[in-house]
Ligand binder design. Structure first.
Ligand code: UD1
Ligand code: CA
Length: 448
């Protein structure tokens, strides 16, 4: 039987340094809250349902944690990380496995890194701390070590000058046998610079009990703890960098990698080509052979093979593009399924629409989907030809193979293979313009 692994996610801290009315752990990196990043790591690492420690007044964090399928423990007063773990004590009564504590403000740890923490347990360590080497140890806790044996964690505020010079720091991930953890926590005091109960003190306490403690090292880019907007920007940059490298490794062409912004779940197949200044929101997958030209914003879209998009297209949530679809410049789509080899090449809005295969949509076409109260659907059959500057007033259905004359305001359904003209008939008046200019120029002369 595999060892039992539980997780506690700390999310109750005050967040003065963020200068935000939103809770720190609900700020996003790569389009996903930091709390959700940590929840996802726990889930993918095969740990039990995590317990999330939330502040009493912090209903937003509590709701977010519940939506992420976490159990909740409430810390009434934020008296430190040790105190925060201790409020979970009753929930772990009788639990004999390991408890891994993760901080919800540290979003970018990888599964493989956490696996190495578990391995250290499995090879005999009672307590394992994930550490990292950094040139800027700043306010991080310092790991006092004897080779890979950890003697103690010293918070920067308590450290001696010699300890401050240590560059091996505490990431916040601490994993410990459950019995040891809670036994040590009952002996932690708040007799320190911050007047808080430090979780990190348990290492020294357990070493005093003769237990083993070990350090597992992580790359610095994974364990950046977010305390301020500066840190948030750094975490975002680290995530973007990681995602760009992953794309390049997988065989995606990025013309200007640094100008492409990804979301946590952007899923791009090999031989996709992405131009400069493209932004992906959450929920995008792109199949092979597709080209996204510069200055596109794409979110919530499933994009088939060999599609071309942009430059300057906005692809919004609910867009499904079939194989070989072409979206040109200044196209906006939303809740639109567009069938194989259809083209929307210039200046169009296609929303709440089902477009068939091999449809040609002329420049400046607009689906008029909103009546001020409700949204309505436009359906366009296979092989239809929508003339330039058509207004399709939904709900409306255009039959297969139908042909819409340019400039139509189409309010009625169009049968298969019909021609629809939804505009006033043209009137020509012979010689009118010549007479008009004669009269008007004479008038102007009389006035001056
Ligand atoms: C903590 C560590 C430090 C480590 C750093 C890594 C301690 C004492 N220090 O410092 O060694 O290098 O993280 O980023 O643990 N929290 C609560 N309740 C509390 C206090 C904090 O839930 O009463 C939560 C916060 O929401 C946060 C996490 O615990 O997610 C860490 O708290 P924070 O105050 O940011 O600790 P640091 O000072 O960064
Ligand atoms: Ca922190």
């Amino acid at each position: 039987m595999s060892p039992q692994r539980a997780a506690i996610i700390l999310a109750a801290g005050r967040n003065r340094r963020m200068k935000s009315s939103r809770s720190k752990v609900l700020h996003e990196v790569g389009g996903r809250t930091m709390l959700a990043w940590v929840g996802d790591l726990v889930r993918r690492s095969g740990m039990d349902r995590p317990v999330c420690v939330v502040g009493e007044a912090d209903t937003d964090v509590r709701t977010a944690a519940q939506n992420l399928d976490m159990d909740i423990a409430v810390q009434e007063l934020q008296s430190g990380t040790g105190h925060a773990v201790n409020v979970c004590r009753d929930m772990f009564e009788g639990f004999d496995g390991t408890v891994t504590v993760l901080y919800a403000d540290t979003p970018l740890i990888r599964k493989d890194t956490l696996s190495r923490v578990f391995e250290a347990h499995d090879t005999g360590a009672d307590t394992v701390v994930l550490g990292f080497e950094t040139d800027e140890p700043g306010a991080y806790g310092r790991l006092v070590t004897d080779n890979e044996d950890l003697s103690a964690i010293v918070e920067a505020k308590e450290a001696t000058p010699e300890q401050l010079a240590i560059t091996l720091c505490n990431s916040g991930v601490l994993s410990c046998n459950s019995q040891s953890l809670f036994s040590a926590l009952s002996r932690v005091t708040n007799n320190n610079a911050k007047g808080e109960y430090y979780l990190t003190d348990i290492v020294g306490i357990l070493r005093g009990d003769g237990k083993t403690a070990r350090v597992v090292r992580s790359p610095e880019s994974e364990v950046l703890g977010v305390n301020s907007r500066h840190d948030l920007a750094k975490a975002e940059a680290a995530f973007q960098d990681r995602k760009r490298m992953e794309c390049l490794d997988r065989g995606v062409t990025l013309r200007d990698p640094d100008s492409v912004i990804f979301a946590y779940d952007t899923d791009i197949a090999r031989d996709v080509e992405i131009g400069a200044n493209v932004v992906f929101g959450p929920g995008v997958s792109i199949a092979t052979g597709t080209v996204i030209r510069s200055f596109c914003h794409v979110e919530g879209a499933i994009i088939g093979e060999n599609v071309t998009i942009g430059p300057f297209a906005r692809v919004r949530p609910g867009t499904h593009l079939g194989e070989g679809v072409q979206l040109g410049n200044f196209i906006e789509t939303k809740k639109a399924a567009i069938g194989r080899h259809s083209k929307v090449s210039h200046l169009s809005y296609i929303g709440d629409a089902e477009v068939g295969e091999n449809v040609n949509i002329g420049a400046g076409t607009v689906t008029c989907n909103y009546d001020g109260y409700f949204k309505h659907k436009t359906i366009i059959g296979n092989g239809a030809f929508v003339g330039t500057h058509s207004s399709l007033v939904a709900p409306v259905t255009i039959g297969h193979g139908a042909f819409l004359g340019s400039g139509g305001v189409i309010t009625d359904n169009v049968p298969d293979d019909a021609l629809a003209l939804g505009r006033a008939r043209q009137v020509n008046r012979e010689g009118w313009a010549r007479r008009y200019h004669m009269i008007m120029s004479r008038r102007k002369e009389q006035k001056t």
